[in-house]
Design a protein around this ligand. Structure first.
Ligand SMILES: Nc1ncnc2c1ncn2[C@@H]1O[C@H](COP(=O)(O)OP(=O)(O)OP(=O)(O)O)[C@@H](O)[C@H]1O
Length: 334
């Protein structure tokens, strides 16, 4: 994934900021960035932020961190916008940053600009505290893409409902070997096998989904429909994500979920002989197979999300920030 940085709120340059009373703290930030022994990728990422370069990580040296680009800058060229619209290849933009810095405003603005520059665009909010509907003054919470009127090219918007996504996952996972099956097996007198399942810690895994899971599933759902031929015309997909902490978890989540779902698939194998017996008594095989297929599909989608995150040619993480020391310090964690 490549990185760039937008400031939605102010045009104050970091250079100017560092000349004010924030200079010492800012100098400390840059010292940490540029001198840290183990901060190579951080330096590059920060370089991406401050120079608004969208080339892949680890390809360019860290030269001049004292620059900031702004979406609301006088020159669009300064924000790197020309470069963002230039290719007709499909690109994904994930906008993230600290709470309340203007992520939704930037995501909506960017989507409108893409559409007005000839790109059929989808903008999706995966932030559980949605405000995209307010930005467009339209209800986007219905679970389907809503057309935004008055633009040169098609623009569709959607707010993902994380609760529904989470419930779908829980239903699929529990049917496919989670605590629901464990309870069921207990009641069937297969307690010993159920005890063996304890080592997989499925109750912990399934009954309490990890933070960020709903967002990852939401993104995987979005990918599901943008991959269908019906949506192949869209060349820019903009994600308005949740505040940074949530998004940081999200970025590492596909790997975690892959392992988690792997555990469930392992469980499925363990259950194979037992479920044959269950099937013969209750005829449940069809349901189990169906749930298992859903889980496998989810795993495949997670793998696609992970590939998407790792592909710097097609995906950019746009850090939205206000130019203060505190928000810049937070950026160092991304
Ligand atoms: N450039 C700007 N100038 C002034 N106010 C702005 C600007 N951008 C955003 N705002 C205001 O800041 C507030 C937060 O904006 P927005 O919802 O876009 O931020 P956010 O980062 O998505 O918030 P959250 O983290 O809560 O999702 C809103 O009231 C918005 O109108």
């Amino acid at each position: 994934m490549a990185y760039r940085c937008f400031s939605s709120v102010s045009l104050v340059s970091i250079r100017r900021l560092s000349a004010t009373n924030s200079s010492m703290a800012m100098a400390a930030v840059f010292h940490r960035i540029s001198k840290g022994q183990n901060c190579t990728s951080l330096c590059i990422i920060t370089n991406r932020c401050f120079n608004s370069i969208s080339s892949p990580i680890n390809t360019k040296p860290f030269k001049n961190p004292f620059q900031e680009r702004s979406l609301s800058a006088i020159s669009e060229a300064a924000a790197g916008f020309d470069e963002m619209v230039s290719s007709t290849q499909r690109k994904y933009y994930m906008l993230g940053g600290k709470g309340g810095v203007g992520k939704t405003s930037c995501a909506a603005s960017l989507a409108v600009k893409f559409a007005n520059h000839g790109h059929p665009t989808i903008v999706v909010s995966t932030d559980p505290a949605h405000s995209l509907s307010d930005s467009f003054a339209q209800d986007l919470s219905g679970g389907t893409l809503v057309p935004v009127e008055g633009l040169d090219s098609p623009l569709f918007a959607l707010e993902i409902n994380p609760e529904i996504s989470r419930e779908e996952f829980l239903t699929a996972s529990q049917k496919s070997g989670g605590s629901g099956v464990k309870d069921f097996m207990d009641s069937m007198g297969l307690g010993m096998l159920a005890d063996q399942l304890g080592e997989l810690k499925l109750g912990e895994l399934l009954d309490t989904p990890p933070p960020g899971m709903d967002e990852a599933i939401a993104i995987s759902k979005v990918m599901q429909f943008v991959e269908s031929p019906e949506y192949s015309m869209f060349t820019r997909i903009v994600f308005d994500t949740a505040p940074t902490g949530h998004t940081l978890r999200l970025l590492s989540l596909p790997d975690f979920l892959d392992a988690s779902i792997g555990k469930m698939m392992k469980l499925k194998k363990k259950l194979a002989s037992a479920t044959s017996a269950i099937k013969s008594v209750f005829g449940k095989e069809e349901t189990r197979q169906d749930a298992s297929d859903k889980l496998e599909q989810l795993r495949e989608r997670m793998a696609k999300v992970r590939d998407l995150f790792h592909n710097s040619n097609t995906t950019e993480f746009v850090i939205v920030t206000i130019p203060t020391v505190m928000t810049l310090l937070l950026l160092l964690t991304i």
